[in-house]
Design a protein around this ligand. Sequence first.
Ligand SMILES: NC(=O)N[C@H]1NC(=O)NC1=O
Ligand SMILES: [Zn+2]
Ligand SMILES: [Zn+2]
Length: 480
Amino acid sequence: SRSYQETQENKCSLLPHDHFWISSKRIVTPDGIISGSVEVKGGVIVSVVKEEDWFKKQRSRVKVIDYGEAVIMPGLVDVHAHLDDPGRSEWEGFPSGTKAAAAGGITTLIDMPLNSDPSTVSPETLKLKIEAAKDRILVDVGFWGGLVPDNALNSSALTSLLDAGVLGLKSFMCPSGINDFPMTNVTHIKEGLSVLAKYKRPLLVHAEVEMDSEIEDGTDDDPRSYLTYLKTRPTSWEEGAIRNLLSVTENTRIGGSAEGAHVHIVHLSDASSSLDLIKEAKGKGDSVTVETCPHYLAFTAEEIPEGDTRFKCSPPIRDAANREKLWEAMMDGDIDMLSSDHSPTKPELKLLSDGNFLKAWGGISSLQFVLPVTWSYGRKYGVTLEQVASWWSERPSKLAGLHSKGAIAVAKHADIVVWEPEVEFDLDEDHPIHFKHPSISAFLGRKLSGKVVSTFVRGNLVFGEGKHASDACGSLLLAS
Ligand SMILES: NC(=O)N[C@H]1NC(=O)NC1=O
Ligand SMILES: [Zn+2]
Ligand SMILES: [Zn+2]
């Protein structure tokens, strides 16, 4: 009966309340950091009140959780993660991936269309994604579809994929490493943009292009040396791809033939010429944004140990001077946002005992650590909490068209991370890691600052005090 149901535990949440307040001295809102309280009801933020305006009578009526000095911030929106499900769930999978996300303060994750099997390139393959994710996700999950040669020049194929609910498209300008996800050229991209314009959805691009004329293929060099790998993917690969890509983005300007479409360059590593080209295009009014990832902000080529393929990714991690320039670009606002590019595999394919950088799987495992990594490595540059919220929540939600997310503000989903920036921890064997293969993460062994206390997804406390909610009640985010 009704009263019985009301007293039943909500297994989607560690908290048995639908209506409650959370308080702290540091709430990151679009209008600055306030001391006060956030009221959550029915999964939505219904009020945000400064301490001085918060009357006692409100306080006594409902459940209040006082987080003290801990920071209340919008949950992170990771627009770039590979959960490899269905088909390669031994690499990651929706259950472990979203558990790691929740433990890391990520409340929304947009899954990449490749590394699962099959790739998400049609309504049928999107349906397989939806079935694999349903009832198995702890946080909200949306999907990018793939722009590949097969569908790029076939507008009804693209239209049906977009109609099926992908939040936008992703393409590669170089081989992706996945057979059923071939690369696109600028003609494909131009066609894709003209279709995306009607939907006002973005195209995300892996911008590297193979330049076989000048590079060494590394075969004469030691494959266990990181510098050998670095030489195989020089900055000219990024610069060349970005130059080609930006030759078709003028159509995205206001009044252009692809107005409404948007190009987002994923995981920028080269902070020199490639970034200059992006700044120039933005200056001309092209609808373009760019992300980089925590691993490019945390690591340098110089420090990567011989044979340590945990650090292999593409584009590669470059030298310390480049990392410095990436941070400057973050602080100046020239790089718009961050994403994880969590791209795990099964440990065998990292070839850790061989240490062959040329043959190992390229991809970094970081999903659970992106918030403390951003904070820990950014402190010396003076990163603020507001910047972290902008890079990880506000701008990524906007990119993905998720207008109910990305801020602690009235009417937004109650997607919230509560964390303690000052609390340090060692990412050692004793630290609980929830993604599937902790051993391949290059972040292991680091000391980090910034501990996630609680994560709320639409008002459900999905992670708190080291525990996860027992049921996986995240929502699928399909565009309509
Ligand atoms: N296929 C795939 O995930 N590739 C990713 N890995 C990586 O390091 N960069 C990528 O684009
Ligand atoms: Zn990529
Ligand atoms: Zn990726």
